[in-house]
Design a protein around this ligand. Sequence first.
Ligand code: ATP
Ligand code: MN
Length: 463
Amino acid sequence: MVNPRIAEILRSGQPDESLVVQGWVRTKRELKGFAFLEVNDGSSLANLQVVINEDLPDYAGLLKQINTGASVEVVGVLVASQGKGQRIELKATTVKVYGDADPDTYPLQKKRHSFEFLRTIGHLRSRTNSFGAVFRVRNACATAIHQFFQERGFLWVHTPIITASDCEGAGELFSVTSLNLKDIPKTENQAVDYSQDFFGKPTYLTVSGQLEAEVMAMAFSNVYTFGPTFRAENSNTSRHLAEFWMVEPEMAFCDLEGDMDLAEAFLKHIFKYVLEKCPEDMEFFNQRIDDSVLATADNIINNEFERLTYSDAIKLLEKTDVKFEYPVSWGLDLQSEHERYLAEQLFKKPVIVTDYPAQIKAFYMRLNEDEKTVRAMDILAPKIGEIIGGSQREERLDVLEKRVIAQGMKPEDLWWYLDLRRYGTVPHAGFGLGFERLVQFMTGMGNIRDVIPFPRTPQSAEF
Ligand code: ATP
Ligand code: MN
């Protein structure tokens, strides 16, 4: 028999039920003749209260061993709780200590710790209320994403992590090599001789699975990727990681309108799902982290996103009295402060900006008739800025080739990508969602390092 988890016991356990519970002690309170333990097994924010009576064998020795952080197995019987704060509690008949935790050295004593401090104990921080809630919500977000696409018949495709295409231009690349860095083979003109490297050419960690997702969409119509991506960007911000997860749907026979409709329905679905599956954790974020979290979720689910063109967004930004650090003018990319102004202050809800100038967007985005703008769309969220970036892709071979050349790339290097336009090309579109940005947005967590279990950032890969 599988023992029920604590979440389940708190939800539906009944008095007189005999149970075995395994978990970690959050707190111990000793009173006259008995002691209370709060035990957590990660299944919920709430702990199970365990009552240990002094008539248990070696009561004093047991209590000495049980401190915050100790791992225990409690066999006992559920009883209706006399105290406030819980419906039921577990009256222990036996308690086994798997491992104690020395109160003089265990860093997670019962008090509030700063997120900065908790980052220095990345191997232990998941045992706190905040990180427990974050990682349960993260899991629910991932489940919601798969559910959304699977229900709509999208194929989940696995795109490569090691890639030879350095042409996406999405960010700085990490090189992948098996060359001996102490003795790098050189060509006659002193360049690195990649013909001797593992793949016979330079390779990198992928910054996006989009190009490969397009390949798969040209066979399966609707596909999505959900995997790790890497950017060696040396930007120490609260919204950038060197290793993060991306979700990239790609749809054949789809234009930018269809892309935006899907993206909006997608975000609404995830918020609904998480509110339904993790109400207690979401309440916790609203109380402890950011008191606008529940209102934001409600706002996302119940309002239509604002849609406007880049050109209109620039006009609005030029009109405002708000002073920005970075300049605003047609042709310049929107900075995070501009994005946040639009979403947070002006419209007070997610905003979809479309039709950006071609020169600031990637080569594969479909050129509009004005030949100045492309069918791109970014979804800007309050507090986060860009959360989704997408576009209708250029499906016309001649136009795409010109754009490739204009951006200084060689069509030969992209031969397989161009082949998709040579053989059975169709209008198609897709987007990329930064998974950690979504979790940040959902939970109100201020720093992206605190929504992934093991963050990778400049100078930091400890755990
Ligand atoms: P930003 O301007 O915020 O750096 P970007 O324009 O580089 O974003 P894209 O290349 O469009 O972003 O990537 C798709 C999505 O991936 C973004 O909308 C964002 O949610 C997320 N993202 C991009 N870079 C990072 C990063 N370094 N860490 C975490 N998420 C990221
Ligand atoms: Mn970037």
